[in-house]
Design a protein around this ligand. Structure first.
Ligand SMILES: [Zn+2]
Length: 122
């Protein structure tokens, strides 16, 4: 199974849709559709970075001019999506009355971590 591919540029979180390959013996940088396998001297790029790539001095750039198609989502992408949804659904901060109870340790009701200690009834 294919692992999720991200743009290889520093700090770029976008999904890779293209692969840059340096062909050293021809001094050519080839920007083509996303390669099936990562190989030495290849770098995955997002679409903006793929389109804005400029070659080092003395090098040519051969650029795929069609549409870059993002790969279909992988299982890992779906897991990441599910985690993002759970993150958004996290419980709200404690209500004011719960904080109030913590500020009066003399009371019989206290909190231990996320558990509330209920005093025994007489
Ligand atoms: Zn990028």
């Amino acid at each position: 199974m294919r692992s999720p591919r991200r743009c290889s540029r520093n700090g770029c979180p976008r999904q890779a849709v293209a692969t840059l390959t340096y062909v050293y013996n021809e001094s050519t940088a080839v920007v083509g559709p996303l390669a099936a396998f990562a190989e030495p001297h290849t770098y995955d790029l997002c679409e903006p970075h793929a389109r804005s790539l400029t070659a080092p001095r003395g090098w040519d750039v051969v650029r795929h001019e069609g549409e870059f198609e993002p790969p279909p989502p992988t299982t890992d992408d779906l897991v990441a999506l599910a985690e993002a949804v759970r993150e958004a659904a996290r419980p709200a901060p404690p209500r004011p009355d719960e904080i109030e109870a913590e500020q009066h340790p003399g009371q019989q009701t206290g909190r231990r971590g996320h558990l509330r200690v209920i005093p025994p009834s007489h």
